[in-house]
Design a protein around this ligand. Sequence first.
Ligand SMILES: [Mn+2]
Length: 591
Amino acid sequence: MNTIVLKKPYENVRNAALSFGLTPLQVSIVANRLDSSSSVPHLKNTPLSVIENPVNLFNAKKAAEKIALHIRLGDVIGLWTDYDVDGITSGTVMLKSLIDYFGHPPEKTLHIMGNRHTEGYGVSEPAVKRIIHGIDNNDIVKPDVIITADCGSSDEDRIMQLKNINIDVIVTDHHAIPVSGVPMSAYTVVNPQQSLCNYQDKTIAGVTVAWLVMSLVRNELIRHKHIPASTPKLGALLDYVCLGTVADAVSIGSLTNRAIVNKGLDLINNKSRPCWSAMQLLLSQEVLFTEMDLGFKFGPRINASSRMADPYQAIRYLCAETIDVSLTHLKVLDQNNIDRRSVEKEMLIVARELLPNSQTDKAVVIFDDSFFHGVQGIVASRIVEQTGKPTVIFSPTEDENVVTGSGRTIEEINLEVAFKWIEIQSPGIHIKVGGHHGAYGCAVHKKDIPAYRELLSQAVKQQTSKALVPTLKVDALWNSSFDTFEQSLVEIQELTPYGRGFESPVFQGAFTITERRFIGTPAVHAKFTLMDDVSGELVDGIFFNLLKNERDCNVYPYKKGDQIKAVFEISDNTFKGKTTIQLLIRDISAE
Ligand SMILES: [Mn+2]
């Protein structure tokens, strides 16, 4: 059962939004999400001009000069990225920049990703050994320089090993800087999180940092006349940047991120590349893609490749030169995703059985020998939804004494603050740790799990004294100042994109059920026709996974004729070319 909480608007933003001429519905959306009024005028159709000059990114120019030098020398350039969507798109952006825009020979461009299961996140020890001893024991020359993206900030030891064999490492990243500081052995570190960085927007994705650095490399190469001044700017790569941004769940309240998502979606919907057409074919998509599609359809398929199999499969899909080839690769990703879902389902059942009964714990830490590393973050998210508490799911590694964990959280609790607090309380408990506000990963000794559970709970207690329960946040009670559902949806869509930090609006209203039936196989979803008690308007509603199993339909308490309170989002549903308004119901209770 959810606790319903009404969001509190920021008054200064409310006033600014009102005077800027937003509708009452839009005012409540904006004032519940932003704490500063300065971005109000730029929220609709945020233009690319809001993106700050990359020169302001600390060390970006130094990095760009060095990268440009290696390009001019024709050196072998290694690109080292994380294996999630942000990392994979970062790798793609850097590959495309080097090869397509800067004319660097493909055979002198190496993309290196750790194996999620055997090598782990970031610039990991086993992956460094692969480089020191030759990539996969092939006779490929070692890279002369390595550029990281979306990783590297907490990899000093490994970066030092690379430096010792004369490979300079340029770190580009957006993850939290560890307590011990930025990696000293790196040639330079570009990361908006570092205290010396004056770049205003600290919420950009790893792929955005990589893209900004590459745009400075372009300037450098033009300055040195290595490429013509007519070389196009890197704006056409914003489709990839957009995908990484949405999938990494960075804040969509940020104007930079909003501008990137708007432009990227335009490119994707204009089928600027075969991979976007292939996705449309696979999904039989009838309408334009939205940021929700990127998050819920593109992201999981691209992530599934490293979770279940080979991360390079996702690169092959994204970079394919024809729709046919792209679709062939996408079908493999799609199968990986189907496998991922079934593993996730089984793991979630076990995790729910292992959930402690204690209400006083402020965090959940669960380990089981059967757990699978590739989906532990997703399972952690589900447990957060269920319990309302920050959660770390641990799974076994090849070393029987060591477990790796993924943490997820609620908005109010900052995991970066939490894991740094743990680090100070119990130095060395983390064999490895890294992440940011919303998510982190770590490795600890298996014997330390009970201690870790206690530490995480204490760490969360430092940030809140409130009892943590699952909550549903509601923007406003549905009222007569709002327009019809159809017009309201238009107003909501004027403020796209939505995502973390700028969530899709949720309302609570009073309705009478005029029709109810259960659908699906098994029939656990409910379809309603509802009458809005305020306006008398009739509207369709759907409540996915309302029942635990089909048999419960006879005992479900709310039926035709009942007056209820429903928490809902407004959406539309297109079926066979016909679009109708449909409320996505999240909670029903007695009026
Ligand atoms: Mn990232």
